[in-house]
Design a protein around this ligand. Structure first.
Ligand code: NAP
Length: 315
């Protein structure tokens, strides 16, 4: 029986692992499907405090992993298939067909940016295709970019990108945005931003050149197609939280994000904590994920020591 199992290994999971291992909880960490999480598909990270010269997303995750290992975290590159609560209040975690037991679990399985689902999008990811303006916007200084989507994220990404890009074109599949009115107004007033309504991206061009050179747009009204030269494509079509493991153990909101007790990382199940993008549809930054990872570890530590006292006093 382990004290603590941590599932997921982005900034939230690694921060939880660092805190928990420094508290001598000897956590078992399952890195999961996407070890390192979304930062592994990011290039330069310039807004993580403590790195004035910036560093690559994968480097940041590698450093966090080493820091957790240094204090004794037991790290496994395995995928967790099942999480169950046991009658004694502990948890059973199945990974690669093997069962593990722990008294507490921290979930940091993150969220995955939804993709357009095009082959060319996969091939050109990191070569002009991005899902994060905050991470990659800087590389589009003086360039032409499009942002796909009509929600608040698309508005925010488009607005942010005008700091760098010469032109920002929002491509939306309908004739109205779903974003909040205030965000829409800001966008429609910005002279650097144009909108192409009723259109979707049928293909991203530039595979032969190894970088994005344009897009083929398809009208959702009449199916007609046209090409548009462009240097960057940002998909802002929402994120999907990876909450499948806990749908029976935690409350989820209507988008599938885990709901924690306000101001904490505690779920409705005692001993089960959640952190990072899995609980955060709003900020989705590495540093906010790290912050809630820290909260989850401190709460797990308190939970385990209270449980130990209860067992000691026969409660
Ligand atoms: P969202 O509200 O779900 O919007 C996703 C957008 O992408 C929609 O306009 C949708 O089109 C479009 N879309 C979805 N799949 C697509 C596809 N395959 N191809 C083309 N377009 C597609 O997601 P979000 O903008 O990430 O926002 C998520 C939540 O976070 C929202 O509650 C939002 O209010 C909140 N948020 C708030 C702020 C803020 O307040 N500052 C900032 C960001 C996000 P349709 O409209 O046609 O469905």
């Amino acid at each position: 029986m382990k004290n603590l199992i941590i599932i997921g290994s982005g900034p939230a999971g690694w921060t939880a692992a660092i805190y928990a291992s420094r508290a001598n909880l000897e956590p078992l960490v399952f890195e999961g499907d996407e070890p390192g999480g979304q930062l592994m598909t990011t290039t330069e990270v310039e807004n993580f405090p403590g790195f004035p010269d910036g560093l690559l997303g994968p480097d940041l995750m590698e450093r966090c992993k080493r820091q957790a290992a240094r204090f004794g975290a037991d790290i496994r590159s395995e995928r967790v298939d099942e999480l169950r609560r046991e009658p004694d209040g502990g948890f059973a975690v199945s990974a690669n067909g093997k069962m593990h037991q722990a008294m507490a679990v921290i979930l940091s399985t993150g969220a995955s940016a939804r993709r357009l689902g095009l082959e060319s999008e996969k091939a050109l990811y990191g070569k002009g295709v991005s899902a994060c303006a905050t991470c990659d916007g800087f590389f589009f200084k003086g360039k032409r970019v499009i942002v796909v989507g009509g929600g608040d994220s698309a508005m925010e990404e488009a607005n942010f990108l005008t700091r760098f890009a010469d032109t920002v074109t929002i491509v939306h599949r309908r004739d109205a945005f779903r974003a909040s009115k205030i965000m829409q107004e800001r966008i429609l007033k910005n002279p650097k931003i144009h909108v192409i309504w009723n259109s979707e991206v049928a293909d991203i061009l530039g595979r032969d050149e190894g970088k994005v050179t344009g897009v083929r747009l398809r009208s959702t009204a009449d199916g007609s197609e046209r090409e548009m030269p462009i240097d960057g494509v940002f998909a802002a079509i929402g994120h999907s939280p990876n909450s499948g493991l806990v749908k029976d153990l935690a409350d989820l909101d209507d988008k599938g994000y885990v709901i924690t007790k306000p101001g904490t990382a505690s779920t409705k199940t005692p001993g089960l904590f959640a952190c990072g993008d899995l609980i955060d549809a709003r900020y989705r930054q590495a540093i906010t994920a790290a912050g809630t990872g820290c909260m989850a570890a401190l709460e797990a530590e308190r939970y385990l020591s209270e449980r130990e006292q209860d067992v000691g006093s026969g409660k």
